[in-house]
Every structure is written in C-alpha cells, then in structure tokens.
Ligand binder design. Structure first.
Ligand SMILES: Nc1ncnc2c1ncn2[C@@H]1O[C@H](COP(=O)(O)OP(=O)(O)OP(=O)(O)O)[C@@H](O)[C@H]1O
Ligand SMILES: [Mg+2]
Length: 281
C-alpha cells in the first residue's frame, strides 16, 4: 500500500502538473490569439542561430490579416533602436497584440518584413528567436507549483541568489518573504492564492531572471489598482533598462513614462503622443 502511494503520488502530481501546463499554454495562446490551427510559421533549413540579440527592431511595409481579404495591419513601418522604450497605444481591436504576435513570430506577415538586428525573423531558428523575448501579460501565466519554481521558469537552473535578486528587482521579494513558506509557497491552481498584483510581480521577476534583450508588456497594469500599478510600473521601468521595450497600455500615466508612442489606428501605425489625461476622456 505504502509502495503504491509512493508510486502514485508523484505520478498524480505529474499528471496534475501537465494538466496545469496545458491550461497555462491555452491561456497564453488565447492571449496571443492562437486558438486557430497551428499557424504556418516554419523554420527554414539552415536557419541561423541567435544567442543574444542587440535588440534593434524593424518593421518594413508589413501587411497582415488573420483572414484573406481582411487586413489588420496595413503597410506598417517603424524602427526601434536597441534599448528604446516605446509605448503602443490604440483603441481595442486596433491590432496592438497582433503587432507583438508578429514580432514574436507567432504569425508571418502577408507582405513586408520584420527584422531583429537587421535580419529577417524568418531567417532565425524559431527557438532562438523566442528566447530573445521576455513577455509580461495582463493576466500572467503561473503554474501550480512554488513561487520559486514560477520565477525560475524564466531561466531553468538559476541559483537561489539570482532568484532573490530578480524578485527584489520586481518589487516582489518583500511580500514573498512575509509569507510563512516564503519562496516555497504554493501559488495554487494558476496562481489563484495570490492577488493580481502579486502574480504580476512574480511574472516580472521571471522576466528579470530571463534577462532577454527585448521586453514585451501587454497591458501589464490594467487588472490592478492604482497603488499596485505604481509598484509594477516602477519595476517595469527598471526591467526596461538596457532592453528594447514595447509596452502596450491604455493608461496615460503609464504612456508618459515611454520615450515614444506608437499609435495603432485602422491598421496603420503612426508616431503619436500620450493619450489625453484620463479625467478628460
Ligand atoms: N486569432 C484571430 N483570428 C481572427 N481575428 C483575430 C484574431 N486575433 C485578433 N483578431 C482580430 O484582429 C483585430 C486586432 O486584434 P488585436 O488583438 O491585435 O487588437 P488589440 O489592439 O490588441 O485590442 P485590445 O486592446 O482589445 O487588446 C481585431 O479585429 C480582432 O478581432
Ligand atoms: Mg490586445
């Protein structure tokens, strides 16, 4: 009986873990609108490796639509220098998430090209390309395991010291240290035992640990209150240092932190100004 328990317990845990992982990826896919059949991004034979990009981003005459004849992005061109911090604004459904889904190559453009460090995304190995991005979403994807493992997911095999300094940088260390089990606290099914702001800070810690050259944040503060937003934006500012950062946000106070604003409107992308103060709109 004891043997059976010993044998089954880990298997059960593993099954649960796999189910959670699947759940999490469904969440991620939904966030990036990938519920359709596997999109046709294929790796070229002899695709080039990419260890650590400088982080220059170029969109050149990019056209894209999910369905033939219905374009979401039309002739989009812009350049981001390595290390720049750009806000992406625009009404709901304008194509902001689509823009970053193209940059991370979940889809390929119908026409035009997207480059990182002057090389077409389609010339890179896909796994290497995806390694260049740290992604922070509105609803962070957490696995039902410990806080430590959730952060370490950013860089498997990271030491405890790195983990703690990532958590500190993300304004997460203090709340984690105050928990009875600290970093060994179970976050519950999809992180449900934590508040939205706490989950977000764990996902920022994960991004710090990953240390990728390009950072994408898609509405990281729209699900949290004002006080929490401050802590998150403060950490996000620090995280953006030395990386090319694309921050999708509706919030004007957050847009004001960005060096540039790209406004997505009716398929076009233009240089813009931060939105009017929220008291007016
Ligand atoms: N997987 C998909 N299949 C078909 N159409 C899609 C898909 N994902 C998004 N769209 C459509 O593409 C357009 C742009 O969507 P997108 O998600 O990029 O907008 P968004 O600017 O991120 O909006 P929001 O501010 O609401 O997040 C919308 O009309 C949307 O309905
Ligand atoms: Mg979106």
């Amino acid at each position: 009986m004891a043997y059976l328990t010993l044998l089954y317990q880990p298997l059960e845990d593993m099954g649960k873990r796999v189910a959670d992982l699947q759940q999490a990826f469904v969440g991620l896919e939904r966030a990036y609108s990938l519920l359709d059949e596997d999109p046709d991004v294929v790796e070229r034979p002899n695709a080039r490796p990419l260890a650590h990009a400088r982080g220059a981003v170029g969109f050149r005459g990019v056209w894209f639509g999910y369905q033939p004849g219905v374009s979401v992005l039309e002739d989009v061109s812009f350049e981001l220098a390595p290390g720049s911090f750009v806000g992406i604004a625009g009404t709901t459904g304008a194509g902001k998430t689509t823009l970053v889904s193209l940059l991370t190559r979940f889809y390929d453009p119908d026409a035009g090209r997207i480059e990182i460090d002057g090389v077409d995304l389609r010339d890179y190995r896909i796994a290497d390309l995806r390694n260049q991005f740290a992604i922070v979403l509105q609803e962070p994807v957490l696995f039902s395991t410990t806080i430590a493992e959730n952060i370490a997911y950013g860089r498997p095999g990271a030491g405890e010291e790195d983990l703690v300094s990532a958590a500190r940088a993300a304004n997460a260390h203090d709340f984690i240290a105050a928990l009875p089990d600290g970093y060994r606290t179970q976050v519950g099914q999809r992180g449900m035992l934590l508040s939205g702001g706490e989950r977000q800070r764990i996902s920022l810690a994960r991004a710090f640990l990953k240390d990728a050259p390009i950072l994408i944040m898609d509405e990281p503060t729209s699900a949290v209150d004002f006080a929490t937003e401050e802590a998150i934006i403060d950490a996000a500012d620090r995280l953006a240092k030395g990386r090319t950062t694309l921050l999708i946000t509706h919030r004007q106070n957050v847009q004001l932190r960005c060096e540039r604003i790209l406004r997505v409107e009716r398929g076009r992308v233009a240089e813009g100004k931060p939105a009017a103060p929220s008291g007016i709109v």
